[in-house]
Ligand binder design. Structure first.
Ligand code: NVA
Length: 304
């Protein structure tokens, strides 16, 4: 793999992604190994985290390496110290940086100035580590990626952007239903459509959730207000009211459709209360797969 940063899921080719899914499956079966003995990962976070922080830390430990968490208060990215200097200093200590930033520009700038691999651990633009865990989960549950029909219902946010690009790269069909004004970014849509021409993926963006879910093998949703958008939460509850994943909407999907959510979930908002505990839900397998997918990413970027 030539890729040395994972800022966007589109930094990876389709072959890179499929290779990472294979590696993740192997590492999941294998458990601990020493592939990253003596290596150190910096976890540089501007926003809260449960899954990403813990799964990266555990991943490094199980691979024989070490992780150091540095939170926003200590670093003050771009305020106490310029982003470029943080990147150059950390590069002298650690073997890779996983960064969770408010703006996508910040993680891009870190990658530009760092001499070590930079992994986007969520920005307002993308969440590529989540998308890798999602593909691993879909591969496990559906036995394939190419030709699977995924419906994403809700905000055209960071998670939706990465999922759309990932689907387009690997030939998964994706329908995204969001209210007008909350669609995935035009730039991401353009890029995804160009990948889809190669892979044969069908992409549909709509504001009709019932239409989007018809025939879906996977029904996916995420919070209506992402981290940093807390002030808009009340307004968004009204705008997104008809975009809840619930039993009615699921009746349009395949009878064996799985329900996915990157978590944290607001039970009763974007997803009906009880659905994430139903037999169709795979959200906790999906959360576990963050660990395995990120191990594959770390091994490839640090020692690959
Ligand atoms: N879209 C959500 C994802 C959380 C993992 C957010 O950015 O807050």
């Amino acid at each position: 793999m030539k890729v040395k940063t994972l800022v966007s899921i589109a930094d990876l080719s389709a072959d890179d992604i499929l290779g990472l899914v294979d590696t993740a499956v192997k590492l999941k079966n294998e458990g601990a190994n020493n592939a990253l003995a003596g290596k150190v990962l910096a976890l540089l976070f501007e926003k809260p985290s449960l899954r990403t922080k813990v799964s990266f830390d555990v991943a490094m430990y199980q691979l024989g390496g070490h992780a150091i968490y540095v939170g926003e208060k200590e670093v003050g990215l771009g305020q106490r110290e310029p982003v470029a200097d943080v990147a150059r200093v950390l590069s002298r200590y650690v073997d890779a940086i996983a960064a969770r930033t408010f703006t996508h520009e910040t993680v891009k700038e870190l990658a530009q100035y760092a001499d070590v691999p930079v992994i986007n651990a969520l920005s307002d633009g993308e969440h590529p580590c989540q998308a890798m865990a999602d593909l691993l989960t879909i591969q496990e549950k559906k036995g394939r990626l190419n030709g699977v029909n995924l419906a994403y219902i809700g905000d055209g946010n960071n998670v939706a952007n990465s999922l759309l690009l990932a689907a387009a790269l690997v030939g998964m069909n994706i329908n995204i239903a969001s209210p007008r004004g909350y669609w995935v970014s035009a730039g991401v849509e353009y890029e995804a459509r160009s990948f889809a021409e190669e892979s044969g993926s069908h992409i549909r963006l709509t504001d009709e959730p019932d239409e989007a879910v018809k025939g879906a093998d996977v029904v996916y949703t995420d919070v209506w207000a992402s981290m940093g958008q807390e002030d808009e939460a009340e307004e968004r509850k009204e705008v997104f009211a008809k975009y809840q994943v619930n039993r009615r909407i699921l009746s349009f999907a395949q009878s064996d459709a799985i329900i996915m959510h990157d978590l944290p979930a607001h039970h009763g908002e974007e997803v009906e209360v009880g659905l994430l505990e139903s037999p169709q839900s795979v959200v906790f397998d999906q959360a576990e797969n963050r660990l395995h997918a990120q191990k594959a990413i770390l091994v490839k970027l640090i020692s690959g």
